[in-house]
Design a protein around this ligand. Sequence first.
Ligand code: PNS
Length: 164
Amino acid sequence: MSTLAVYPGSFDPLTNGHVDIIVRGARLFDRIVVAIAANAEKAPLFTTDERVEIARVVFKEHPSVEVESFDGLLVDYVARRKADVIVRGLRAVSDFEFEFQMALMNRRLNEKIETVFMMPAEQYTYISSRLIKEVFSLGGRVHGLVPELVEARLRDKVSTVTKQ
Ligand code: PNS
C-alpha cells in the first residue's frame, strides 16, 4: 500500500527549510503533496498561482513531489486526496505549541488523519517566510536561505513595487 503525505503551508515564499522538509518527506513517503493554502494569509506577497508555479519549478525533477493549492479546511482537502498523513516541520520548541494545537484540532476534525512532525537540517532552523520577506525588503541578503528562483522572484516583486 502506498502512502500519500500532504505538506500544507502558506509558502509565501518557499524557503530552503521547506525544501529540506519536502525532500525528507519524499524519502519517507511514497508521494508528498505540497499543499499551498490559498487563503491562509490576508495579504500574501506572492499570489497563490505564483506560489504554486515556484514550487512546481523547484521540484520539477522530483516525480514523487506534487504541488497543488487548496481552499477551506485542511482535513477536508487531505480526505479528498485520500492521503494518510499531514507533514509539518518543527524548527524549535517555540513552534510546538501552535503545531500541537493544530494537530489535535485536525485529529478532532478527522481522527483518521495523522500528523507527523519532521525537523529540518540545523542550518534552516531559524528561517521563516516572514523573516525572509522582512530581511529582503529591507535590503538584507537571503542567498542560500531560499531557492534561487525565489530570490529572483523576490527581486522582481521589490522592483515592481518600487516602480509603482
Ligand atoms: O505555513 P503556515 O502558515 O504555518 O501554514 C498554516 C496552514 C496553512 C497549514 C493552516 O493555516 C491551515 O491548515 N489552514 C487551512 C484551514 C484550516 O484547516 N484551519 C484549521 C487548522 S487546525
